[in-house]
Write a protein of this length. Structure first.
Length: 128
């Protein structure tokens, strides 16, 4: 039974809008985690050609980003995507302590159709 008004407790950001293909390294829009307890990053993967790499990055200053350690996210993406992963959705909860988070798609001479949404939450309490 629904007991919480999620609309007023989450913020949804389209970090990477759906694109026909990405053929160069691309950074998604970052989100500011200040005032939020956590976030869920949703990767919607379409058609993959080659082996692009999708990673989650973090930053203290929204300028210098580094790859999020495996222990600071609930799920890590495969080392490289392949055509066997066409039309797949991945979700990863960010568990780190940096202020800013964003996705990044590498350019490995390949192409990918991808959209990334970040859902930030504040004050969610789930009763089991």
């Amino acid at each position: 039974m629904a007991t919480q008004d999620l609309k007023n407790r989450v913020t949804i950001t389209q970090s990477m809008a759906p694109k026909a293909t990405l053929t160069a390294a691309t950074d998604g829009a970052s989100v500011d985690m200040s005032g939020f307890e956590g976030c869920l990053v949703i990767y919607n993967i379409g058609v993959v050609a080659g082996a692009p790499i999708v990673i989650l990055q973090e930053s203290d200053d929204d300028s210098t980003f580094t790859t999020v350690a495996a222990g600071d996210q609930s799920t890590t993406m495969p080392a490289a995507l392949s055509t066997s992963l066409d039309v797949t959705t991945y979700e990863a909860a960010y568990l780190g302590g940096k202020r800013y988070v964003r996705p990044r798609v590498s350019d490995e001479g390949t192409s990918i159709f991808i959209a990334v949404t970040i859902v930030q939450s504040s004050g969610l309490h789930i009763n089991a």
